[in-house]
Write a protein of this length. Sequence first.
Length: 269
Amino acid sequence: MKDELLKCTIEAAILAGNILKEGYGSSFDIHNKSGVNNLVTTYDFLAEKAIIEYITGKFPESRFLAEESGSTGAEEHDKLLWIIDPLDGTVNFAHALPIFSVSIAAQLHGEIVCGAIYHPLADELFTALSGGGAWLNGKPISISDNDDFKKSFLVTGFPYNVMKNPEYIELFVSIIREGIPVRRLGSAALDLAYVACGRFDGFWEIDLNPWDVAAGILLVREAGGLVTEFDKNDYSIFDRQLLATNGKIHNEISELLMKTMPKVEHLKK
């Protein structure tokens, strides 16, 4: 069953990725969903529609949790749930910056059993199967072996409401004060995929949605990494804080973030 789900996940991700490739750099409608620069384009909707239609054709009894259409299907805990971000990195896509992805995960009986993150322009397909490992274009991947926090290469993101939560910048500053290089790519799904394959040693962010992270956290875990909240408590896709690392620098970055947390107490809620 899991193999069939993974096959469907891969096929749907590639289908959506091809749609995004066709739209990339073309003219299309762009709208702001809420706040500032929380964009959605014509291609977000086209890719999501294609994914849902394809999966429904293979697994008619599915329900969905998708970024643009929300929760659809009967609310049954044991039912197959697909968690979908048809275009993660919409702001990049809208500005013709080639860093964006499709992210799809399948959850069965409350467990994420498989996931795929597809970077269509780079033609990189990251896949993971619960208990079965993680791959990039069919080749096994694993987290980095760096165990020196001071030599880490990290990635993060900022929430769209950062103006309402300027204190979040304190968390970012606490890391860069250590002289550690940090990148901000604009696609949390790719951030997690890149941790899984060892390009980054760690990633942290707040206020992510289930569709941003469902496939990525499975990738990191299956590649040998660790995913928790900032305080190292167990992480679920509905939690507000995410810390994903190779496991070897996890304690150090957790301690640094938690040392800053009293200054940003409301981020714990």
